[in-house]
Design a protein around this ligand. Structure first.
Ligand code: GTP
Length: 300
């Protein structure tokens, strides 16, 4: 049989569970998830290769209404353009909560030619299941969806259908990526996302968007241990203190959790060092090494 390959977009307002769905579809942590809205700043490709089929899932940044901040405008642009050349769109919404942001996403489908699947996520959260059916029926009247799928990305319920439907729409084409690729993002990028995710988890709303993470070193040592140096760049001294926490506790916890995820993803022991630096501060170029975010067994 000839090879088939194509793009499938996963769209939806922030926080509906797109990253969780991508992770569930690919069975690996390729995208970051968080309770805080809008964590996906980058467009991440998740690649699912099975035999002759290769589905490239495009995890778009959350589309949303407010356009005041430049970053939001950029996110909207990236999201709109990524919808156009795909074979299918998975529109993720949340349980029985439909709001005007969902309407906004829906309005982007006006000129779409490809099929749209409505994935009604987080049904495990819907307490009154009797409400679900009429709600799904009402949703069906909003657009000519190819399928309407109640599902739970977190529990893995019904997500196989998405993989099957995706395969059905793939055109004949050579595979774009080698079969062992899960994402076209480099491992360095994945490592930085993992640190950023933990930052968000530990600092929540306190964390400003301006904080960035750079991977300065990513090297496999002869003994197989992966040495990773991450640099967290903040804008002010106060933010640096916040990230480091009392006696370095916060940074230590962030480092530990990030290391655990990295070890799983890279399938290797990881030695992770994290530094925090104030971005613009020429007067503050001291890079205090604050984190011992690695297991004690790698110390010796
Ligand atoms: N109960 C429940 N929670 C879910 C489910 N799927 C995702 N979540 C939770 O919803 C929150 C947001 O999930 P994400 O996957 O980060 O959402 P997202 O749409 O990628 O968010 P952005 O990156 O902001 O666009 C997380 O706390 C998830 O654990 C689900 O099926 N059931």
């Amino acid at each position: 049989m000839t090879q088939k390959c194509g793009l499938v977009a996963i769209v939806g307002r922030p926080n509906v569970g797109k990253s969780t769905l991508i992770n569930a579809l690919l069975g690996q942590k390729v995208s970051i998830t968080s309770r805080k809205a809008q964590t996906t700043r980058h467009r991440i490709l998740g690649i699912d290769t099975e035999g002759d089929y290769q589905t490239i899932f495009v995890d778009t940044p959350g589309l949303h209404i407010e356009e005041k901040r430049a970053i939001n405008r950029l996110m909207n642009r990236a999201a709109s353009s990524s919808i156009n050349d795909v074979e299918m769109v998975i529109f993720v919404v949340e349980g029985t909560h439909w709001n005007e942001d969902d309407d906004m996403v829906l309005s982007k489908f006006k000129y779409l030619k490809c099929p749209v699947v409505l994935a009604v996520n987080k049904i495990d959260n819907v307490e009154d299941k009797e409400l679900l059916l009429p709600h799904l029926e009402a949703l069906g009247k909003r657009y000519n969806f190819k399928h309407i799928l109640p599902m739970s990305a977190k529990k893995g319920d019904n997500i196989e259908k998405i993989r099957t439907w995706a395969k059905e729409v793939l055109p004949e084409s050579e595979h774009y990526f080698p079969e062992d690729y899960i994402t076209d993002r480099s491992s360095r990028f994945m490592a930085s996302e993992m640190v950023r995710e933990k930052l968000m988890r530990f600092l929540g709303d306190e964390l400003p968007y301006s904080v960035t993470v750079e991977i300065e070193q990513f090297k496999q040592q002869a003994n197989g241990v992966l040495h990773i140096n991450a640099l967290i760049l903040v804008e002010r001294e106060g933010q640096k203190r916040m990230v480091i926490g009392n006696k370095g506790e916060k940074l230590k916890a962030i480092g530990k959790q990030a290391r655990i995820d990295m070890e799983e993803l890279f399938d290797s022991k990881v030695f992770l060092e994290i530094w925090v630096k104030v971005k613009s501060g020429w007067a503050d170029d001291d890079r205090a090494l604050r984190s011992l975010g690695y297991g004690d067994d790698y110390l010796g």
